[in-house]
Design a protein. Structure first.
Length: 238
C-alpha cells in the first residue's frame, strides 16, 4: 500500500488548467523529488497533497484513507517552506515547541520532543536564541525541527534551500538526506535543481506543464530518459 496516492488529480485556477490529470504513487519511506521548470506546477502539487489547495477533481489517498476533503491539520503531513516562516519574537525552543503547544501537549512531553529534535538537528546550543541570531542554515534547521516534533507521516519540502548560498546548500542537502536515513519518513521534495534531484531522490518525478514526463530512480532517468525534455533536465547525454 502506498503511503500517498494521487488518483486522477486535476487542478485549475479559473480557466487556467495547471494539472490536467495526474496519477502518482509514493511508497512509505520513499524520498521523492518533484523536478521541473518554473511554473510547471510543482508547488501546486505539493499544496494539493498538503491540503493547502483543494483539488478540482480526483482523489488524494494518505495511508489508504481518502484524504481529499480533509483540512491540512488532519492529514498528518508537515510542510517545510522555502521562506523560514519562523516567529521572530520567539526563541528557537518556543518556535519548535509551538505546534505541540497548540496541540495541547503537556510541558514535559513538549520538552522531551523539542530536545530530541534539537539533538537530531544539532541545535541544542541554540535553543535560547531568536531566529534573527541564527545563520540561514540554522534557521532552516529550526523550520525542520518544528516539522519533526509533530512526527508527520510525510515531510513536504518546497525548494527549502533556494535562499541559501551554494556551500550551505550542499551542506543542508546532506543534512536532509541524513535526516531521511535517520527518520525513514516519507519525504516529498520540490526543486528545480537537477543536482539536488539526482543526489537526494529515491524516485524522481519529472514534471512539465502539470504532466508527469517520467518517474524513476536517478539512475533510470539518467540511463533511459524517455525524451529530450527529461534528458535535458537530468543532464544525461540523449
Ligand atoms: P512551480 O512551483 O513549478 O514553479 P506553481 O505550482 O507555483 O509552479 O505554478 C503553476 C502554475 O499555476 C503557474 O502558471 C502559476 O502561475 C499558477 N498558479 C499557482 N498558484 C496560483 C493561484 N493561487 N492562482 C492562480 N494561478 C496560480
Ligand atoms: Mg514553486
Amino acid at each position: 500500500m502506498g503511503n500517498i496516492r494521487l488518483e486522477n488529480v486535476k487542478k485549475a485556477f479559473g480557466d487556467a488548467i495547471v494539472i490536467p490529470d495526474l496519477d502518482l504513487e509514493i511508497e512509505n519511506g520513499e524520498f521523492v523529488v518533484f523536478v521541473g521548470p518554473s511554473g510547471c506546477g510543482k508547488s501546486t502539487l505539493l499544496r494539493l497533497i498538503a491540503g493547502l489547495e483543494d483539488v478540482t477533481g480526483g482523489k488524494i489517498w494518505i495511508n489508504g484513507r481518502d484524504a481529499t476533503g480533509e483540512a491540512p491539520a488532519s492529514r498528518g503531513l508537515a510542510m517545510v517552506f522555502q521562506t523560514y516562516a519562523l516567529y521572530p519574537h520567539m526563541s528557537v525552543y518556543k518556535n519548535i515547541a509551538f505546534p505541540l503547544k497548540m496541540a495541547g501537549m503537556d510541558k514535559k512531553a513538549i520538552d522531551d520532543k523539542v530536545r530530541g529534535a534539537a539533538e537530531t538537528l544539532n541545535l541544542t546550543d541554540f535553543l535560547h536564541r531568536r531566529p534573527g541570531q541564527l545563520s540561514g542554515g540554522q534557521r532552516q534547521r529550526v523550520a525542520i525541527g518544528r516539522a519533526i516534533v509533530r512526527e508527520p507521516k510525510a515531510f513536504l519540502f518546497d525548494e527549502p534551500l533556494s535562499n541559501l548560498d551554494a556551500a550551505l546548500r550542499v551542506a543542508m542537502r546532506l543534512e536532509i538526506s541524513e535526516l531521511h536515513h535517520q527518520l525513514k519518513t516519507t519525504m516529498i521534495y520540490v526543486t528545480h535543481d537537477q543536482v539536488e534531484a539526482m543526489t537526494m531522490a529515491d524516485k524522481i518525478v519529472v514534471l512539465r506543464a502539470g504532466i508527469i514526463e517520467q518517474v524513476g530512480s536517478p539512475l533510470d532517468l539518467y540511463r533511459s530518459p524517455r525524451n529530450r525534455f527529461v534528458a535535458g533536465f537530468i543532464g544525461s547525454p540523449k
